[in-house]
Design a protein around this ligand. Structure first.
Ligand code: Q9C
Ligand code: ZN
Length: 342
């Protein structure tokens, strides 16, 4: 399997995040991508290729121009307002407030286009964010050219980002952008399988009204876990999209037997949908030693996960999402890929 990777991911480095009431070291850090790449090379998964640079139009198929512009210019505006360090939002449009206009000042704008305070923008973040989307788009292009599976080693991750809000360490929704390209290039139906520990709220929201994209997510119950306000079992899609969204919220402590039973149900739904292509939002924060997560998957379960996805028999694009047990992130992520390859 080919891997798409860009060293530009290093240009995004969060100075820290607010956790348990304290400003602490960020979990989403550059070492993650490097260790996954090291493992790809160690097991000789296949060639590692750089991304192609795609036009911004491919990104604005999913995200609003205003949001994209904010990601690009926020840090310069931050500095121009006499700040230093990374740009952090701190206030958001609450119920009853105006969302029909974009605030003029940087603090208002950051709040308008985000939904949490854990996703700061540095001077060089945009280049990393754009490269991550290009990594996903290049993977999509290779699938279109006939590859049966590609690994887009994206960083920063994407599945929490919606059409117009970044958050949860995510800026652009790489999996959604790749999915739209696959459709634009001729696919009729795409299934997105999100196995990250956290609900892919951005991806769900982006495709919630559509029947050409089936979104399936297994994740920590939002009654217990981030993002708390989406990802429940009664969210089935709306309008044309009704029946094309399926969530499996699972409790803290979930082990492979329960997790894989839910996956089997999700896979059955995918088979019934008969997609042309499967996009996997590949987070490995379901691992038992993940520092911010509460599932109990072990190394071998990631291989078994890949084997199960393989049974779909569809061209498959793997898009890297979360996973914060950094020392073992390479083993877990690449086990899914080698499990898939058999
Ligand atoms: N106490 C992804 O995995 N905050 N994003 C967690 C923990 C946000 C995770 C706070 C977690 C976002 C792509
Ligand atoms: Zn996650």
């Amino acid at each position: 399997m080919k891997t798409i990777f860009s060293p530009d991911h290093e240009l995004h480095r969060s100075p820290g995040e607010l956790i348990l009431g304290e400003f602490s070291e960020a979990f989403e850090k550059p070492e993650r991508a490097q260790l996954i790449l090291d493992r790809v090379e160690d097991v000789k998964l296949g060639p590692v290729l750089p991304p192609e640079a795609f036009s911004l139009e491919q990104i604005t198929r999913i995200h609003t121009p205003g949001m994209v512009d904010c990601l690009k210019t926020a840090h310069a505006e931050w500095l121009a307002s006499d700040r230093s360090g990374a740009a952090y939002p701190y206030t958001w449009p609450a119920r009853g407030m105006r969302t029909d206009r974009v605030p003029r000042e940087i603090d208002g704008k950051l709040g308008f286009y985000s939904f949490d305070c854990g996703t700061p923008i540095t001077a060089t973040s945009w280049q990393a964010i754009k490269s991550s989307a290009d990594v996903a788009l290049t993977g999509a292009k290779l699938i279109n050219e006939g590859e049966s599976a590609v690994f887009s080693l994206c960083r920063p991750p994407g599945h929490h980002a919606s059409t117009s809000q970044f958050g949860g360490y995510c800026f652009l929704n790489n999996a959604a952008i790749a999915t739209q390209k696959l459709l634009d290039d001729g696919a009729k139906r795409i299934a997105i399988l999100d196995v990250d520990y956290h609900h892919g709220n951005g991806t769900q929201d982006i495709f919630y009204n559509r029947d050409d994209v089936l979104f399936i997510s297994l994740h920590g119950d939002p009654d217990q876990e981030f993002p708390y306000m989406l990802g429940f079992a009664d969210e089935f899609g709306l309008g044309k999209g009704e029946g094309y969204n399926l969530n499996f919220p699972l409790p803290w402590g979930t082990t492979w037997d329960k997790w894989s039973a839910a996956l089997d149900v999700g896979l059955k739904r995918i088979i019934k949908f008969s997609p042309d292509i499967v996009v996997v939002s590949l987070g490995v924060d379901t691992y038992k030693k993940d520092p911010i997560s509460q599932f109990k998957l072990e190394h071998e379960h990631f291989s078994a996960m890949g084997e199960k996805v393989k049974t779909l028999g569809k061209p498959t694009l793997f898009v890297m999402e979360g996973g914060y047990a950094v020392a073992e992130i390479g083993i877990n992520a690449v086990n899914v890929l080698t499990g898939f390859e058999g």
